[in-house]
Design a protein around this ligand. Structure first.
Ligand code: FE2
Length: 282
């Protein structure tokens, strides 16, 4: 692992803009190891779960259950455009949108990376006292099929009481440019209050939106975060970010981790993400 030591610039950037860019955070061999392992998991995924993108009530129920019980498991989610009439339009590995949401718990390659000394040092430097790892995702964003991710704030999905504390760590596993669907963010938007949340319904077996956005998002306000392979982008839980579809011929793989403050906070039962085992302490 690269030894970085001083994260003071990242801390300043996160406070000022709501995001920080740390080039060369992930060594090449770890980048390749994570990509190789993700392809293996995608190749072995269960094709029966293709029904998650159908829209009938029964299939919607299956979809909700598959998603809602994935917080402490390793599961593949497929690109909507890659599934036609219940069949994959392309090779299975190409059609996978992401693997989530507990690679850091169950897979040795991702577990080692996610709990490494450098990541522990970084989150301490960012001010976390009792950091907890709540979620991991491998995002494929494959050529031609990798879809758009609409503007959002991560704390909308990963809320903590009494106040939001979530940050996202986004590791570029390919060069990410405008062409292949890099991240875009609105500098300074992290100071915007979180007024909308994605939660479970009272029954606990479906999801709904609660509240509404405080203001309309203007696409002209976003700035592209074009980064090289191995770069870490730290995202404040309140920063507005998005990515466009990958229309290029190059993949745009990324691995992401989400961390919350465990001290003096509660993880609400209505958060969509729930885990039967305690969150991993860093
Ligand atoms: Fe996000």
């Amino acid at each position: 692992m690269v030894t970085l030591g001083d994260f003071s610039e990242a801390v300043c950037s996160l406070q000022e803009k709501g995001f920080a860019i740390l080039p060369a955070f992930v060594p090449e061999e770890q980048v390749e190891a994570m990509k190789k392992r993700a392809r293996e998991i995608a190749s072995a995924s269960n094709p029966e779960k293709l029904s998650i993108f159908q829209t009938s009530n029964e299939q919607q129920r299956t979809s909700d259950e598959y998603f809602l019980t994935s917080g402490d498991k390793v599961r593949c989610f497929f690109e909507q455009e890659a599934v036609q009439e219940g069949q994959l339009a392309l090779e299975r590995e190409v059609c996978v949108n992401k693997i989530g949401h507990a690679l850091h718990v169950h897979d040795e390659t991702f577990k080692q990376f996610s709990t490494s000394a450098n990541i522990r040092a970084l989150v301490k430097a960012l001010g976390f006292e009792e950091p907890l790892l709540v979620q991991s995702m491998f995002i494929f964003k494959n050529p031609q099929v990798g879809g758009e991710v609409s503007p959002h704030q991560d704390s909308t999905f990963l809320w903590t009481d009494p106040k939001p504390t979530c940050i996202g760590l986004w590791f570029a596993l390919d060069d990410a440019s405008i062409e292949n669907g890099c991240l875009w963010a609105i500098p300074g938007s992290h100071t915007t209050e979180i007024t909308r949340r994605f939660v479970r319904t009272p029954s606990g077996n479906a999801t709904e939106w609660r509240g509404c956005s405080s203001e309309t998002v203007c696409l002209d306000d976003f700035t592209p975060l074009e980064v090289e392979k191995g770069t870490l982008v730290v995202l404040h839980g309140g920063v507005m970010h998005m990515s466009y579809a990958n229309k290029s011929k190059r993949p745009r793989n990324a691995f992401t981790l989400h961390i919350i403050e465990g001290k003096d906070t509660i993880w609400p039962k209505e958060n969509w993400l729930q885990s039967a085992t305690p969150f991993v302490a860093l």
